[in-house]
Design a protein around this ligand. Structure first.
Ligand code: NAP
Length: 269
């Protein structure tokens, strides 16, 4: 376990799932951690015994640029710098594009893409001073468009394009930029995924108990941050999908279609 003793780690979306596990694991590794979510009470309930000298909780909607700026400023006011920013906050969707209201795609882009861009913008001057690390929590959907997730796939492609360009801009700065693409991980993401009308779908089509745990996912993300990896595709299924899509894109269209058509309640017809 690599130590992050006294490092300041900012993690968006800490109230649930992977973000929640990232906060817990970062604290275990000795870091001072700032995290946010849209509801302060929910955040506090997620960390009932938190020590305010090492955990800063902020009610922040990452869609709101001013709120992102204020969140980052609160970290600087408390600890004077930032070593790692993990852009984790995200939502998903499950509906065909033909059926979806455009507001669904806008909401997904506003959180998954713009939320990350805004937090990175305000944290970057501080990360340049510490020669720190900017991290994006992407997805296999950032390499391979997934049916029923047009907005989600677009948001993760956009995130990866943004981070790759930023990494190149910062090549000689000492500040590192990376992204991690978990496979299916047990969390709340599928329960709250947006349906065609923008409501939460309210259930998961997967057996969450059979997926990678958020704790395992968080451990692997922090190991990758400590090693300053460029990108991590976390599961064998993910690696295979990325590789097949590069070499045999038409074949992969069929495979991906067939896979997602089998999901319970699949919108594919
Ligand atoms: N689980 C998977 O299978 C999987 C696979 C690949 C990638 N990912 C990625 O992993 C990241 C975390 O997802 P998860 O699976 O852990 O989902 P989750 O359990 O639903 O957690 C999402 C977190 O994001 C926060 N969030 C959502 N909208 C926000 C907003 N507007 N402002 C601030 N915070 C917001 C949520 O907090 P509030 O609701 O309290 O605001 C929550 O803490 C996402 O970027 C997702 O795309 C997940």
């Amino acid at each position: 376990m690599q130590s992050f003793s006294q490092k300041v780690i900012v993690i968006t979306g800490g109230s649930s799932g992977i973000g929640n596990a990232l906060v817990a694991e970062s604290l275990r590794r000795g870091a001072r951690v700032a995290t946010c979510g849209r509801n302060l009470q929910k955040l506090r309930a997620s960390f009932p015994n938190s020590d305010p000298s090492s955990l800063l909780l902020a009610e922040t909607d990452v869609r709101d640029e001013g709120a992102c700026a204020a969140f980052i400023q609160s970290v600087i006011d408390q600890w004077g710098g930032i070593d790692v920013l993990i852009n984790n906050a995200g939502i998903s969707m499950r509906a065909l594009f033909a059926d979806s209201q455009l507001s669904v795609l806008r909401e997904v882009m506003d959180i998954n893409f713009w939320g990350a861009v805004q937090c990175t913008k305000y944290a970057l001057p501080h990360l340049l001073k510490t020669k720190g690390v900017v991290v994006g929590i992407s997805s296999i959907a950032g390499y391979r468009g997934l049916p029923g997730r047009t907005g989600y796939s677009a948001s993760k492609f956009a995130l990866q394009g943004f981070l790759e360009a930023l990494r190149t801009e910062l090549l000689h700065s000492g500040t590192h930029v990376m992204w991690v693409s978990p496979g299916f991980t047990a969390s709340n993401i599928r329960n709250v995924a947006r349906a065609a009308d923008g409501s939460s779908q309210g259930e998961t089509p997967l057996d969450e108990g059979g997926l990678m745990s958020a704790e395992t996912c968080a451990t692997r993300i922090l190991d990758a941050v400590a090693a300053r990896k460029r990108t991590v595709v976390m599961t064998g299924q993910g690696k295979l999908t990325v590789w097949l899509n590069k070499l045999f894109p038409a074949f992969t269209d069929t495979q991906v279609y067939n896979h997602f058509k089998k999901e319970p309640g699949s919108p594919l017809r």
